[in-house]
Design a protein around this ligand. Structure first.
Ligand code: MN3
Length: 213
């Protein structure tokens, strides 16, 4: 099997009360599990693509054979997005951002509160299923974007510094149709240390956003 479902880095109940254990179990085992299974199935008849990382597959979707392009876009994207998602959350997370991400947010959005408001608004406005992101641009700056379905910023040439899943499967059992409530609560489980690691990876591949200003 080329791609494997990563273990959750904490128990199913670890993010309660923000995210309930049943949601975490279904979300990780069934939803993420299905993306991995379907990605592997799509790649079955293309052995030469099986050694490519999921990130590399979705980075250049035009290079993926047309008959599996949609499956790779959805399931490769789903695999990459969720692999990030579990890590950028943690029990007893949240609070104000620290380190480099705090600086980037302040310089780009003025302050953390305004950034949160804009991020949450973009998540609320994403029609149907999708994600809201803080994405890094090739020039080194960052922006808030949303994407439909399992589309990744990687496919647009952007770097996913972090994102929140606004599919109903991420929140419906606990928050029902109240997506804004979920988006507001989600900051309580954000893992700023992991996000700082991802920011560092982004900045090592791109011109640092804040250098020389
Ligand atoms: Mn999901």
């Amino acid at each position: 099997m080329a791609h494997q479902l990563p273990d959750l880095p904490y128990d199913y109940s670890a993010l309660e009360p923000t995210i309930d254990a049943q949601t975490m179990k279904l979300h990780h085992d069934m939803h993420h599990g299905a993306y991995v299974k379907n990605l592997n199935a799509a790649l079955e008849k293309y052995p030469n693509l099986q050694s490519k990382s999921a990130e590399d597959l979705i980075r250049d979707l035009n290079a993926v054979p047309e008959d599996i392009r949609g499956a790779v876009r959805n399931n490769g994207g789903g695999h990459v997005n969720h692999t990030m998602f579990w890590k950028i959350m943690k029990p007893k997370g949240g609070g104000d951002p620290n380190g480099a991400i705090a600086d980037v947010i302040k310089k780009t959005f003025g302050n953390f509160k305004d950034f949160q408001t804009k991020f949450n608004e973009a998540g609320v406005k994403q029609f149907g299923s999708g994600w809201v992101w803080l994405a890094g641009k090739p020039g080194g700056e960052v922006q808030i974007i949303s994407t439909p379905n399992q589309d990744s910023p990687i496919s647009q040439g952007l770097f996913p510094i972090f994102g929140n899943d606004v599919w109903e499967h991420a929140y419906y059992l606990k928050y029902n149709n109240r997506r804004p409530e979920y988006l507001a609560a989600w900051w309580n489980v954000v893992n700023w240390d992991e996000i700082n690691q991802r920011l560092k990876t982004f900045q090592s591949h791109h011109e640092p956003a804040l250098a020389g200003r």
